[in-house]
Each structure stands twice: as C-alpha cells, then as structure tokens.
Design a protein around this ligand. Structure first.
Ligand code: KIV
Length: 312
C-alpha cells in the first residue's frame, strides 16, 4: 500500500509547515510555487477531479494540483481503458472542473491520439485545453521521445507536465498495466526519460508504477517536482485518482491505492433509503411540499364547488 505524501511523524520542520502562513488567505498555486515547494521540501498534493463538484471539494481541501486526467475514460465514462476518450470529451470535463477550482493548479490531460500524429496537431490540441477549458498546464505521456514536442509546446506558451513509467496510453505496447523500471536497462531508460523532460522544461513530472528506489533516484536527479502514483513515498508529491480513494471504481484497488472513504456505500445507502421512502409514501412529507396561500385555497375551493354544482 502506498504511504503517499502522508509523513508519519519525524519529518523535518519544512515538511510540516505550510507555505501559507496560518491565518493568511490561501495563495494560488502556480508552476513557480510548485518549484518552490520542491526547493523547500514541502510535499505536493494532487488529486484527479472531473467535474465541478468534485473539483470544488478537492480545491477547498487545499490540494495543490487538480488533474483532469484521461482516467475519466474509465472512472466517468465506463470504458475499459483510457484509449478511447476524445479531446472534446476531455475539454468538456476540464471546463467543468475549471468552474470549481480557485487556488489549485488546473491540469488538463492530452488523450491518446491527440499528440501522436504530428507536432502541429499536438500544439493545436494543447492550445484548446488552455483557450477553451482554462487549463493552466497540459500533461502528456512519454519520456525522451516526447522531449522535442514538449519544447515546441513550451515555445507556444503552454506549460507542460510529463508522465513516465507506467503510461496507461501505452497499455498495448507494455502488454498490460505492469510496474516499469525493474531491470537495469529499464532504469537507465527511465532516468534518460526523466532528464530529457526535465531539460525540456516540464512543470512537473508524474512517475507512475515504478519501484520506490528508482523514483527516489529520479527525484534526486531532476529539478522539476516529481509527483508519484505507485512510485513510493520519496517523490516530491503524490497523486491518486479521486474515484480510487473513495471506492467508486467497481474494481479491486491497485497495491498503491489507499481508500480514504467509501462513497459507494454512502451513495448506495442514500439511494436505497430514497427508494424505500418513495414506495412507502414517506417521501415527500407535507413539510417538503409547497402550499397555496389560505386565500387562494379558499378561492379555488369556491371555484371547484361552483363547478360541482353546475354538474349536478
Ligand atoms: O489520467 C490520470 O488520471 C493520470 C493520473 C493517474 C496521474 O494520469
């Protein structure tokens, strides 16, 4: 199980002191403040959110980064993997999340196919995330081979995030969702990937599904903040999927997922109670109904009485 960014005692003072002094209004998180957090050894928090309500709750809980990840293909749209979600679908959800986020950094996620055909296409799609959906950073999967494209995006004023290790859009190439970076050759490649993206200037780097030791080496090596998911506790920050931490995925959780609540049980109980109340006529009660004023009620009664008299 992933211990995540929760330091269980014994942390250095910088780790437990917030960037925002107590009592002061919360600062807007920016790409620069993420860098600052890394320098100050302050752990970065990130959760996915895909709509107004969840994004607002995540933002109000002082999470640093709200990621509208392409995992929404699975969690929201019910697809078996992330491959089929489209740019338009991603933009729709990013716009909804945008309306709920005030302080966190809002990150859009380029779906499979949106940056694979040509660099021009990729830049045009990434610009849509910023222009049409209000994303502040755009994330793309892949390492060294994406470094030039990431430079090109940054030249187009698009702050970019990288994502290496277990990259779900490559599920068919990887032959499943397998932990990456387990051999010496794979570790060397991951290190090259991380350094290439760091040099290209990514705002942060997601490390997914790699051994703790490898994530720690990368975190030490690069200037950009690393945000781990299934990458152990030594990253600069941690990200989890909203639906995973709330038991809303209908599948057994991965080893690194920690469940912080059971929204499935909460929703099921509430829906059952509603269903039972309705069929047993306990809902709605009179106090949950709207009423006519006494005068209108009397006038209505008079009209109805007159109609009844005419019928007789
Ligand atoms: O799409 C997503 O939600 C992600 C996170 C799992 C990092 O990329």
């Amino acid at each position: 199980m992933c211990t995540g960014s929760i330091r269980q005692g014994g942390g250095a003072l910088e780790d437990i002191v917030s960037v925002t002094p107590v009592g002061e209004p919360r600062q807007k998180i920016t790409v620069a403040s993420l860098r600052e957090k890394k320098l100050q050894h302050q752990t970065i928090t990130c959760l996915t959110a895909y709509d107004y309500a969840s994004a607002r709750l995540v933002d109000e809980a002082a999470i640093d980064i709200v990621l509208v990840g392409d995992t929404l293909a699975m969690t929201i749209l019910g697809h078996p993997d992330t491959l089929s979600v489209t740019v338009d679908e991603m933009l729709h959800h990013t716009r909804a999340a945008r309306r709920g986020v005030k302080h966190a950094l809002l990150v859009g996620d380029m779906p499979y196919g949106s940056y694979h055909a040509s660099a021009d296409d990729a830049v045009r799609n990434a610009v849509r995330f910023m222009k049409e959906a209000g994303a502040e950073v755009v994330k793309m999967e892949g390492g060294e081979k994406r470094a030039d494209l990431i430079r090109r995006m940054i030249d187009a004023e698009i702050p970019m995030a990288g994502h290496i290790g277990l990259t779900p859009q490559s599920v068919n190439l990887m032959g499943g969702y397998k932990v990456q970076g387990k051999s010496l050759a794979a570790i060397e490649q991951l290190m090259r990937d991380a350094v290439a993206l760091d040099r290209a200037g990514v705002a942060f780097l997601v490390l997914e599904g790699i051994p703790r030791e490898v994530a720690a080496m990368i975190t030490e090596e690069v200037a950009t903040p690393t945000i781990g998911i299934g990458a152990g506790p030594d990253c600069d920050g941690q990200v989890l999927v909203f639906h995973d931490i709330l038991n809303l995925t209908f599948t057994p959780p991965a080893k690194f997922v920690r469940r912080y609540g059971d929204a499935a049980a909460l929703i099921t109980d509430a829906v059952h109670a509603f269903q039972e109340n309705v069929v047993s006529h306990q809902y709605p009660a009179d106090s949950e109904s709207y009423h006519l004023s006494k005068e209108t009620q009397q006038a209505l009664e008079t009209v109805l009485e007159r109609k009844r008299g005419m019928r007789r």
